[in-house]
Design a protein around this ligand. Structure first.
Ligand code: MUC
Ligand code: MG
Length: 378
């Protein structure tokens, strides 16, 4: 019986193409935790976990993801049957609370390994794709309206994106609304506009903000207020025509059920990392779907590796009415995949090939790995 032999993690830092300005941080590079699971038959599964802006987005950081895997998850899984992925997930969940991104990074590698050994794709293991291309939003977050407009114009002209998510919440509501309006006016009917506040608004800010966004024609507002206050999120959802999306609020199926039961959101941003893996993300989708909540494939700004895993999963989700934002690799200055994912006609394509459908360019990984950069600068 094939077993899990070893689990290796590598921290890789890749610069972003520009400063990515969010309400709580400005990203200038992305830290990626790469996972390689080595199996006793010689097969290898690949996975990845990322957070955003250290610990400013949520409780996990790249360093904590690596530590959770090296010190807690790997010792549990070494020696376990390679093909029993659900059993592995259950075993890990019993002993590792929280840390959904770390758990997901390993789980991706387990699915990748299983699907490769079966010579099929992860999408097929999840029941097969219902779509092979899905819409991809782009985040405009340079911090300047004129720069964002120029960026949007180019992306529309090259048919790469026509859904734009604007990061707001750092500036006063009035200034943010002027920023959104300027971009919405510039793109007109050629693109749709959404915003992500990343929890920055108070309830009063959110009431004013959503009213202003509705007047501008913005279609969706993501995580307008801090997590935990479902009553407030519910009131906002009921009180505006702008669709309210839960993001940070959703850390797996139990949260999805709580939000759905409270009718506290119109849309779920489903992130494989935040959900605690592909299996749990599929369950979040099922709960949302059953409750009549719209679904959107979210990103933790992962490289092409985890993005491919997310594409595999979202290709199998029957209703994905709000599309995806699986643009992570496009925000980075370099590609660590041997063959990049294909983005065209405002969509990302499901990669062909076994497993998650992608392989690494090992020389790139070596170039960007943090321990190498450290030794070069020592
Ligand atoms: C978030 O909060 O959704 C996703 C896209 C982006 O630009 O930032 C992330 C995080
Ligand atoms: Mg968000």
């Amino acid at each position: 019986m094939t077993q899990i032999d070893r689990i290796e993690t590598t921290l890789v830092d890749i610069p972003t193409i520009r400063g990515h300005v969010l309400s709580m941080t400005t990203m200038r590079s992305q830290a990626i935790v790469l996972v390689r699971v080595r199996f006793s038959d010689g097969s290898v599964g690949l996975g990845e976990g990322t957070s955003i802006g250290g610990m400013s987005y949520g409780p996990e950081s790249p360093e904590s993801i690596k530590l959770a895997i090296d010190s807690y998850i790997a010792p549990l899984l070494v020696g376990q049957p390679a093909d029993d992925v659900i059993a592995a997930i259950t075993l890990v969940e019993k002993s590792v609370r929280g840390n959904p991104i770390a758990r997901c990074a390993v789980e991706i590698a387990l699915w990748d390994g299983l699907a490769k050994r079966l010579n099929t794709s992860v999408a097929q293991v999840f029941g097969g794709p219902v779509r092979r291309a899905m819409p991809v939003a782009w985040t405009l977050a340079s911090g300047r309206s004129e720069t964002d407009i120029a960026e949007a114009e180019e992306l529309i002209a090259t048919r790469r994106h026509n859904i734009f998510k604007l990061k707001i919440g750092k500036r006063p509501v009035r200034e943010d609304l002027a920023h959104v309006e300027a971009i919405a006016r510039a793109v007109g009917d050629r693109a749709s506009i959404r915003v992500d506040v990343n929890q920055a608004w108070s309830l009063t800010d959110a009431r004013r903000g959503l009213a202003g966004l509705q007047a501008i024609g913005c279609e969706l507002a993501e995580q307008p207020i801090r997590i935990g206050d479902l009553a407030a999120l519910r009131a906002l959802t009921a009180g505006t025509e702008v669709a309210v999306m839960a993001d940070e609020q959703l850390n797996g199926p139990a949260d999805a059920l709580a939000v759905a039961a409270a009718r506290a959101a119109d849309v779920f941003a489903v992130k494989i990392g935040q959900s605690g893996g592909l299996k749990r993300a599929a369950e979040v989708c099922a709960i949302g779907d059953a409750a009549g909540i719209g679904l959107y494939g979210g990103t933790m700004l992962e490289s092409g590796l985890s993005t491919a895993a997310a594409v595999q999963l979202f290709s199998t989700v029957p209703h994905l009415d709000w599309g995806t934002e699986l643009f992570g690799p496009l925000l980075l200055t370099d590609e660590i995949l041997a063959e990049p994912l294909t983005y065209r006609d405002f969509s990302v394509l499901l990669p062909e090939g076994p497993g998650i459908g992608v392989t690494l360019d090992d020389s790139k990984v070596d170039f960007y790995r943090r321990d190498r950069a450290r030794s070069l600068h020592a």
